[in-house]
Design a protein around this ligand. Structure first.
Ligand code: PEP
Length: 270
């Protein structure tokens, strides 16, 4: 089976990779600001958008946002979780708590967690296992630094991150996992990977998944790109065969810009 495919192309068995537009708010927005954003988002996204839309508010806003999103197709993600089920981990939140608060997804391994909070591949793997056990879909982030790219180590780094992060996960786990390729040098810098640069890595990731889990699992996996995505560059990125979605930081904070990202298919030129 040919594993290269366009986003949202139907597979032989009728399934498809639905495009995904996910907004990572990081440590931004009070509960009141989050509620205001989501009220406006829900109105703007009628009728139901083609892409799957996910927003990741800070923990404090999750429950209020979940209540507003009842009956809406917009999904909720947490930005992190602790790998233990419960216990003496002051300041931490478990997968079950996140699920109960209304999340379907959780971001794991974001480069800010890796660099600012010292999370390494083995810990990220345990977080993936905990998320899956709690019934959450992980959005598993990987990506190289500028130095690693310039030293020609990009593929080694990406391979190590995938291999150690996914270590021993089953094919069923993989079916519930989304991967986000986020080159560290492109996050919050205004410096986006070119569509060709991003596609090269996405294809590499898909081929790695195919080699380990089979062509079907690879073809069905949503691989998102993240790193200074804006309404100006999203359409070209999404036109690449192996880019199935976008994980967006800065441009997801303004509701007008986020709605434009979700509507990328109507942007001229695609
Ligand atoms: C991110 O933090 O996941 C991200 C991609 O941020 P930005 O879009 O601001 O580069």
């Amino acid at each position: 089976m040919e594993i290269r495919m366009k986003a949202a192309v139907h597979l032989e068995d009728g399934k498809m990779v639905r495009p995904v537009i996910a907004g990572n708010w990081k440590m931004n927005k009070t509960v009141a600001e989050a509620v205001d954003f989501v009220s406006r988002l829900v109105k703007a996204l009628t009728p139901r958008p083609e892409p799957e839309v996910i927003i990741a508010p800070p923990f404090t806003a999750i429950q209020a946002v979940a209540e507003l999103l009842q009956g809406s197709p917009v999904r909720l993600a947490a930005q992190n979780l602790h790998e233990a089920e419960k216990g003496a981990y002051t300041g931490e939140i478990s997968g079950a708590m996140i699920r109960e608060a209304g999340c379907t997804h959780v971001i794991i391994g974001h480069s800010e967690r890796r660099t600012l909070f010292g999370e390494q591949d083995e810990r990220i793997h345990r977080k993936l296992v905990a998320a899956l056990a709690a019934g959450l879909k992980p959005i598993f982030c990987i990506g190289e630094t500028l130095q690693e790219r310039e030293e020609g180590r990009m593929k080694n780094v990406i391979e190590r991150q995938i291999k150690e992060g996914l270590n021993n996960l089953t094919a069923d786990d993989i079916r519930r996992t989304l991967v986000a390729y986020e080159p560290v040098w492109a996050i919050g810098t205004g410096r986006t990977a070119t569509p060709v640069q991003a596609e090269e890595v996405h294809r590499f990731i898909r081929e790695w998944i195919a080699g380990r889990y089979g062509n079907e699992a690879a073809a069905e996996m949503a691989i998102l790109y993240g790193g200074s995505v804006t309404p100006k560059n999203i359409a070209e990125l999404m036109s690449q065969p192996d880019i199935n979605g976008a994980l967006v930081g800065g441009a997801s904070l303004d509701v007008g810009s986020f709605v434009q990202l979700v509507a990328y298919q109507s942007i001229e030129g695609v």
